[in-house]
Design a protein around this ligand. Structure first.
Ligand code: SF4
Ligand code: SF4
Length: 432
């Protein structure tokens, strides 16, 4: 086979050939629904990937565009009757694009600095976050926003889109081991995450408090790094594997029952360790042991606790947006909703197209701002139609994107991680 790919991480021929071209995935694809162009559909992209692999088509600008136009939301995987693992296919294709002439040197440099220097090193990450926090809270930030508004609407919006840096960092306010507030039931490892640590520290705090109220000893591994999820989804599988190994190294000194994730993207990727390292002699068995213990927080809570004893102080109309990496990648869909349905005084209103991407998709909303905005508008209209006062979602990207949507579409809705609502409702000592 004379393929036109140049990098080692090739799209799998086995996956390519598992597609039977039935088209059942088309209607579930947000990018196909924007363009109605076959090449922007899962089936069309699989054909492109196949033709380049077979040497029938060069790796062209159009190919690069379509791979990056895809959200990697994996809704097509859920819809596919043949079980095509489309996500790993597009991620491998993105690696090829990253090594082609269709990725600019500047974009490559930015990704390299972000994925290889800043995210894995918590010292640099926190320094960067502190500078960003200063910028966001200072007159300079406000002044810069005014200037951007005049010179470029897009840059102005991207500037608004960046989540605000938290007033504290999770790993600086909690010790390595946090004791349960009730009789101990489990010991859990809690990776604080790279972006979660500095931009969603409140949600991390809620997670830790909730777990300790429910009888968990929580361990925050001291030598943590980024789990590798962001580089994996953006064409740098080599760095993602390196970070997966570093994560396994930093966690192996502890005894624990579960690894708890409150970020759908990170949880999904940590569950993948056993697949991406299956041929690695040194790490394959450790990766398998580790991945098998990874649970999304809602999955863990639903499987181990009964929530019928809990009651919201006031009746609340809520709705739930399903993060792609939770519903489509991890197949965790019923668990969060069943927990919410168990709690008294919560009225869970079904969200139309709850499993449709919100447009965040890692850094997609920054690099593909316009299509991401259209996808977000559809999501916000669906949320508006529920009349819910609170929308819940368990992924930092979705939280940031829907909070941005609430601002620009001027909506009166609170956007929370499910753990925040649960932590508000469940008081210390409630557990029977
Ligand atoms: S990816 Fe699945 S659903 Fe889509 S065309 Fe191929 S086999 Fe059919
Ligand atoms: S991952 Fe999402 S955007 Fe990409 S082809 Fe599949 S459904 Fe479409």
């Amino acid at each position: 086979m004379n393929n036109f790919y140049s990098h080692l991480d090739l799209p799998s021929e086995e996956i390519i050939s598992s597609c039977i071209h039935c088209g059942m995935c088309l209607q579930s694809c947000p990018t196909y629904n924007l363009t109605f162009d076959e090449l922007s559909s899962p089936r069309g992209r699989i054909r492109l990937i196949k033709y380049v692999a077979e040497g029938k088509l060069q790796l062209t600008e159009k190919f690069a565009y379509e791979m990056n136009f895809c959200l990697d939301c994996q809704a097509c995987e859920t819809a596919c009757p043949a079980g095509v693992k489309y996500g790993s296919l597009v991620e491998a294709a993105r690696v090829q694009v990253e090594h082609s002439e269709y990725t600019s040197s500047l974009s490559r440099l930015i990704k390299k600095v972000a994925f290889r220097k800043i995210l894995p090193n918590f010292k640099y990450l926190k320094l960067f976050a502190k500078l960003l926090r200063f910028y966001q809270n200072s007159l300079i930030g406000k002044f810069a926003a005014k200037i951007l508004r005049v010179i470029s609407k897009k840059l102005y919006e991207v500037n608004r889109l960046a989540p605000r840096v938290s007033s504290f960092f999770t790993d600086e306010i909690f010790p390595e081991k946090i004791q349960p507030l009730n009789e101990k039931k489990f010991t859990v490892l809690f990776p604080v995450g790279c972006l979660m640590n500095v931009m969603f520290a409140e949600e991390n705090k809620d997670t830790i408090e909730l777990l300790t109220k429910l009888g968990c000893e929580v361990i925050i591994p001291k030598k943590q790094t980024c789990c590798g999820s962001l580089p994996a989804h953006n064409g740098d599988l080599e760095q993602a594997r390196k970070l997966a190994k570093a994560t396994l190294e930093s966690f192996k000194e502890y005894d624990f029952d579960f690894v708890i994730s409150n970020s759908a993207g990170c949880g999904a990727f940590m569950k993948e360790y056993k697949h991406i390292l299956k041929d690695d002699k040194e790490y394959s068995s450790l990766a398998k042991k580790f991945s098998d213990k990874v649970k999304d927080i809602t999955e863990f809570l639903y499987q181990n606790y009964d929530f019928t004893q809990f009651k919201s102080e006031e009746p609340l109309d809520i709705t739930y947006h399903e993060p792609c990496h939770l519903v489509h990648t991890q197949k965790v869909s019923n668990e969060p909703k069943l927990i919410l349905l168990q709690i008294q005084n919560l009225n869970l209103i079904p969200l139309n197209e709850a499993t449709w991407c919100c447009g965040s998709a890692g850094i997609y909303n920054v690099v593909n701002y316009e299509p991401a905005l259209k996808i977000l508008e559809r999501k916000m209209n669906n949320i508006k139609n529920t009349n819910a006062k609170i929308v819940l979602t368990g992924n930092p990207g979705c939280l940031g994107q829907i909070r941005y949507g609430k601002e620009i579409f001027n909506m009166n809705v609170e956007v929370l991680h499910p753990v925040t609502l649960l932590n508000r409702i469940i008081k210390s000592g409630d557990l029977k």
